[in-house]
Design a protein around this ligand. Structure first.
Ligand SMILES: [Mg+2]
Length: 405
C-alpha cells in the first residue's frame, strides 16, 4: 500500500529554544554544548554560528577557533525535553503512527488522516503553523512516499522549510548527481570505501550496482535500493516520551535451548536498546530480562539500581539475570531499560579515554563483536547501523541460531 509520510525536524533546536527565551541571544552566533575551556563538543548551534563553519559534533576547541566571538552556553536538557513533549503532542495529533527519532524529530504516518497528497500538504502546513503559534519555533517538514525521501525532503529547504517528494522518480532525479552521502546509512567510513572505488555520486551507484554490492555486502544491496528510491520501511510507532521503559525483544522461529546463543542474541538486543535510549537522551537505572519458554510460560527478572548506560553494561546485567533463571527451550528473549532518567553529559563528552571504566567497556564491546564475527561468520563491518532495524536484527539472530554449533 502507498504510504504518505511526513518527516518533521526542528531547526537548530536547542539554540532556537534558548533564543526564543532570551531575546538578547537572537541573531548571534550561539553555540550550545561545552564551554571553550572544557573538553567536549558542540551539541547544536544557531545558523549565525554555522556561517563560521561551526556544526554539531565538532570539538568545542575547533568551534572556538572558528568562532571566538560566539556565545557559548551549556544545554538545559530539562527545558528541551519539556518543549519536546509539547512538540510531539502537536505532531502526533495528525498521525496514525509516529516514530520519534530524537527530541526534535519524528516520522509521521499520515496516510489515513490525509487520504491524499492535498490532505497531507494541509497537515504539513498546520504542523508548521501550530509549532510556530504555540511554541514560537520553526521546523522543517518533508512530505514524501517513503521514510528516506521524507527525511531528504525535510533537509532540502532548511530552516523553516517545506519540500515534497511524491514519487521514486522525483527522488532519484533530485539526488542523482549528489554525493553518495545523501543516501541513508552512508556515513563517513562507508563513503570513503565507495570513493576509493571511484563511486562518488548516486549516479555512480546506479551505474555500478554490482560493485557496490561486492564492496559492501548487505549494506550495499540496501544502498542500491535506496538509490533507486525504493524504501518500504513503515513508520514504526515509537513514543519514548510516553514510555516507562525502552526494550527490544525477539521471537525465534525455532526454540533455543542454549544459554550461550541467548547471551549472544542479548548483546544484539542491548546494542539496539542502547541506540534507542541515546537517541532520546535517556538512560535506565534498571534492566529487565524477559523470556518466554516453549510452553508459553513467560518470566521477567529485573535488577535495579544498576549502571546501564552502554550496550555492554546493559548486556552484562541481562546475562547476570539469565544465569539465575531456569534454562529450558526459549521462544522469545527480550531486554529493556526502566527507571529512565535524562542522560545529560554523555552526548557532550568526547570519548574520554582517561575514564578507566569506559575504556574497559569499549574494549569489551570490540571483543564481543570479534567473538560474534568469528563464531557465526558474521560481518558487522558496514552494516552495523542496520542492526537497529528490527528486520535485520531478526534475520541476524535467525542466522546465528542456524549456525550455532
Ligand atoms: Mg533538528
Amino acid at each position: 500500500m502507498r504510504q504518505i509520510i511526513i518527516h518533521v525536524d526542528m531547526d537548530a533546536f536547542y539554540a532556537s529554544v534558548e533564543m526564543r527565551d532570551d531575546p538578547s541571544l537572537r541573531g548571534k552566533p550561539l553555540i550550545i554544548g561545552s564551554l571553550p575551556n572544557e573538553r567536549g563538543v558542540v551539541a547544536t548551534c544557531s545558523y549565525e554560528a554555522r556561517k563560521y563553519g561551526v556544526h554539531s559534533g565538532m570539538n568545542i576547541k575547533d568551534a572556538y577557533r572558528l568562532c571566538p566571538g560566539g556565545i557559548y552556553r551549556h544545554p538545559n536538557f530539562d527545558k528541551y525535553k519539556a518543549v519536546s513533549s509539547q512538540l510531539h503532542a502537536i505532531w502526533n495529533a495528525y498521525a496514525s503512527a509516529s516514530e520519534t527519532i530524537a527530541l526534535d524529530e519524528a516520522y509521521l504516518d499520515v496516510t489515513e488522516k490525509a487520504v491524499d497528497w492535498d490532505g497531507a500538504r494541509e497537515i504539513a502546513r498546520i504542523i508548521k503553523q501550530r509549532t510556530m503559534d504555540e511554541l514560537q519555533l520553526t521546523c522543517s517538514v518533508g512530505l514524501a512516499y517513503s521514510k528516506t525521501a521524507a527525511k531528504t525532503a525535510s533537509e532540502e529547504k532548511k530552516p523553516n522549510g517545506y519540500f515534497e517528494i511524491l514519487t521514486p522518480q522525483d527522488f532519484v532525479s533530485l539526488i542523482l548527481d549528489r554525493d553518495v552521502k545523501v543516501l541513508y546509512t552512508v556515513g563517513g567510513s562507508t563513503a570513503e570505501k565507495l570513493y576509493a572505488a571511484g563511486i562518488s555520486t548516486v549516479r555512480d551507484v546506479h551505474q555500478r550496482q554490482e560493485d557496490v554490492i561486492r564492496l559492501l555486502g548487505k549494506q550495499g544491496r540496501w544502498i542500491t535500493q535506496i538509490a533507486q528510491g525504493i524504501d518500504d520501511r513503515r513508520v514504526e510507532p515509537y513514543r519514548p516520551e510516553e514510555a516507562k521503559s525502552i526494550g527490544r525483544e525477539l521471537t525465534f522461529q525455532k526454540n533455543v535451548d542454549n544459554p550461550e546463543l541467548l547471551k549472544d542474541v542479548l548483546f544484539l538486543l542491548a546494542l539496539n536498546v542502547e541506540n534507542r535510549a541515546r537517541r532520546v537522551m535517556l538512560r535506565g537505572r534498571g534492566v529487565t530480562l524477559k523470556l518466554t519458554y516453549a510452553d508459553m510460560k513467560g518470566i521477567t527478572r529485573s535488577r535495579s539500581p544498576v549502571r546501564a548506560d552502554s550496550a555492554v553494561a546493559i548486556w552484562r546485567e541481562a546475562v547476570r539475570l539469565l544465569e539465575q533463571v531456569e534454562m529450558r527451550p526459549v521462544r522469545l528473549v527480550g531486554v529493556s531499560l526502566y527507571n529512565l532518567t535524562n542522560e545529560e553529559e554523555r552526548q557532550l563528552r568526547l570519548e574520554d579515554f582517561d575514564d578507566e571504566e569506559q575504556r574497559e567497556q569499549e574494549a569489551e564491546r570490540k571483543r564481543l563483536f570479534a567473538l560474534l564475527e568469528a563464531h557465526y561468520h558474521l560481518d558487522f563491518e558496514g552494516h552495523l547501523s542496520q542492526l537497529y532495524h528490527m528486520e535485520t536484527l531478526h534475520k541476524t539472530a535467525e542466522y546465528m541460531r542456524k549456525h550455532f554449533l
